[in-house]
Write a protein that binds this ligand. Sequence first.
Ligand code: ADP
Length: 348
Amino acid sequence: LYSTLSMSPKLQTGVVSSSVSRPRKVAAQKVSVNNRAGPSLRSQGNNAPTLQKPAQGSVGGHDAKLVEMINSVIVDRSPSVKWDDIAGLEMAKQALTEMVILPTKRRDLFTGLLLFGPPGTGKTLLAKAVASESEATFFNVSASSLTSKWVGEGEKLVRTLFQVAISRQPSVIFIDEIDSIMSTRTENENEASRRLKSEFLVQFDGVASNSGDLVTVIGATNKPQELDDAVLRRLVKRIYIPLPDANARRVLLKHKLKGRAFSLPDRDVERLVAETDGYSGSDLQALCEEAAMMPIRELGADILTVQANQVRKLRYGDFQKAMTVIKPSLQRSKWAELERWNREFGSN
Ligand code: ADP
């Protein structure tokens, strides 16, 4: 049963139709972090590991431990998300395709980009698709981990991150929850986070002003109104990623329910589409998982002996029950706030 409902992050190609054309390929360049880094840190295009670990000390002036951490934890070697894997969001896909097709021609526009909208709506998927379609190295950074896990080292990590990204360009640096390091809030702001913030801006300006660097920074947030002006000015293109509309919810639900356990007639699917207004993509995923548990829970002790094909199929009532547990994670008021911000500051 689970296999039929497995929530693979990579949806099957062709599930969602898209008019986005295939981008041209961007050749990976080889650039070492600096002259001293030559023998230790090598860029080998998109996939190859870059660090030949020195016995100790630093790599081209950068902390070897940090470089290794970036290569092993932050670099996602194979995002392999295609435009077609993302339901709906046609306007966003169209805008992002320009980034992939014109990475060198419009550096002014494409060094910094903000994806904002409710959580679980596909922002990470889109950033991965940009990297994957342009064959760029993908650096996946959770901003909150910069402040929690790397207390005191955040600034150094940011500096090293940009250097590694330059050495492995073309690169996409994705900073999730960018508001957590780049907010205007000053209360509780300590010296370390102020330094982290200004280091980020310095590094950002470095890659933006060097036309030879193919490094794109994509920030994501669900609280764009909290972002510092200095960062907003740099993230010139701001794309709103809204909750899925009815069409996108239909595609997502149908995809997630594909398989043997799917026995809902179209009429019920349409009821579900209507009733899940306000659910994000990840809420819908959680809803399907919860509904899929209903027939299994009914088995009680038999769960250990029953054959997979004896488990009853899912029905509409399972979703109704699941909806009492899994509710939209975004409050309506927050949603309206995001729409207002989009009207005032968004690019679309
Ligand atoms: P965000 O970065 O906006 O918080 P993600 O891109 O991480 O959200 O999406 C979380 C999960 O929800 C994805 O792995 C995917 O399974 C599902 N999802 C959300 N939006 C979409 C979408 N538009 N198309 C396909 N899957 C989606």
